[in-house]
Design a binder for this molecule. Sequence first.
Ligand code: FAD
Ligand code: SF4
Ligand code: SF4
Length: 482
Amino acid sequence: MADRRMLKFVDLGQAYPAKRPAELRAEDFREIADRYAVADAAAQSGRCSQCGVPYCAVHCPLHNHIPDWLRLTAEGRLREAYQLSNATSTMPEICGRICPQDRLCEGNCVIEFSGHGAVTIGSVEKFITDTAWEQGWVEPLRPGHPTGQSVGVIGAGPAGLTAAEYLRAAGHDVHVYDRHDRAGGLLTYGIPGFKLEKEIVTRRVARLEEGGVVFHLCADVGGALPFAELRARHDALLIATGVYKARGVTAPGAGATGIVEALDYLIASNRKGFGDRVPAFDNGTLNAQGKHVVVIGGGDTAMDCVRTAVRQGAKSVQCLYRRDRANMPGSQREVAHAEEEGVEFLWLSAPEAFEAAENGWVSGVHATRMRLGAADASGRRAPEPDAEGGFRLDADLVIKALGFDPEELPAMFATPELGVTRWGTLRIDHQSMMTSLDGIFAAGDIVRGASLVVWAIRDGRDVAEKMHAWLKARATQGRKAA
Ligand code: FAD
Ligand code: SF4
Ligand code: SF4
């Protein structure tokens, strides 16, 4: 019976949920895709050929049980599909929305290779858990038998929240500290609502709070709240602070007013979405309305900036990237969305100088053409200036989205003995996930460098297991010593 519902990929084409027309979605910050109707989710799940070795799952950082929950969805057993999908992930509906599936699960689906178009795994994953929330199937977080031990988690992004969930389920007291006034990390203040509506994140945070995870917001560790104080308060600590030091542009004129950091711009926009007062948005500094906007960069952050500028009513939005389309780090799907929404991409172009008006505001960008030279140490072809010459763009808002490096945590936390790599990320023992300090663990972007939400969740899951084992061993030793 089940088999008749599967292997439909030859007769049934790939169909993602319908997207709203570009001109309509450019008017608001709501997500751009609809959710599947129940019958469509079942039919699309039925395209899976139930591979013996599912490459989709191999290439999913969480090794989700993809073929199993696709089969359950095809059979209409949605509650079981939800239970299975949630067994390996703390946020399946979030990954279903924002994972770059074209590079992960869907990009490795055998049906994609056979030329029939991958199973739409991410959209089904989102459908399953959205349905579970709607139907009231999402279980509360149930704390395990109390261990009497206390854990501090620094950073309420996906890595910290995931670890907090598993550690609380294991029976520990869990306290999460974040310098922002809302939890969620980049899910809340980086990624815009048109990719991930904020209610999806806040209901996850509320579930943790209801399960007894204690949040300490506006708690700047290493600033007003000394790291040493947290070490004294808790039996173990997790550092999951992400990477926030923005890379700069060194071209002449880069200090002009109106040349802003991508994250400042995105945070301001997300705060407006929450209804906050944001003076730098209201006075025009971080608002693209009516402006010629130039975004510099080719990653996810740049894509989010160009699409935010469209929604704020920019006069024009152009994106300068020094490599070509095939070599950009951002998702091709996001570039396609941006192009549909009217963004112009200027590939193989880099800023050379910025022009400012008499009042100090940026008025233009001089760019130079680039070409791809020999491969660098990472195997990517390094861009180099092309003698063919440059061009000028009008600009009254320039957004720098060139990536992020880690902050200097050993100095910030006044712990020079905290080991870091030559990139400034935290050095951990990959077996124990412990830093160079006993009982201090680390996970997420602060270990990997700027990465993906799904990898932060994976790290959060792994580190919770390691921390629990370490705490258990410590409690046993303590009992023996007594
Ligand atoms: P974060 O999410 O950065 O969370 C770290 C938290 O630590 C933050 O809340 C921060 O306030 C807090 N913190 C930092 N320092 C301190 C301190 N000293 N004291 C207290 N709190 C502190 N990934 C995808 O998979 N798909 C996408 O579409 C995508 N889009 C992105 C768009 C943008 C604009 C950006 C910037 C990133 C995007 N990413 C995307 C990457 C993804 O968001 C990150 O890889 C992921 O959020 C990392 O999780 P994390 O928990 O390690 O850190
Ligand atoms: Fe695909 Fe990401 Fe979901 Fe894994 S978590 S199945 S990679 S969408
Ligand atoms: Fe199904 Fe594709 Fe995964 Fe095979 S690789 S199990 S066809 S989703």
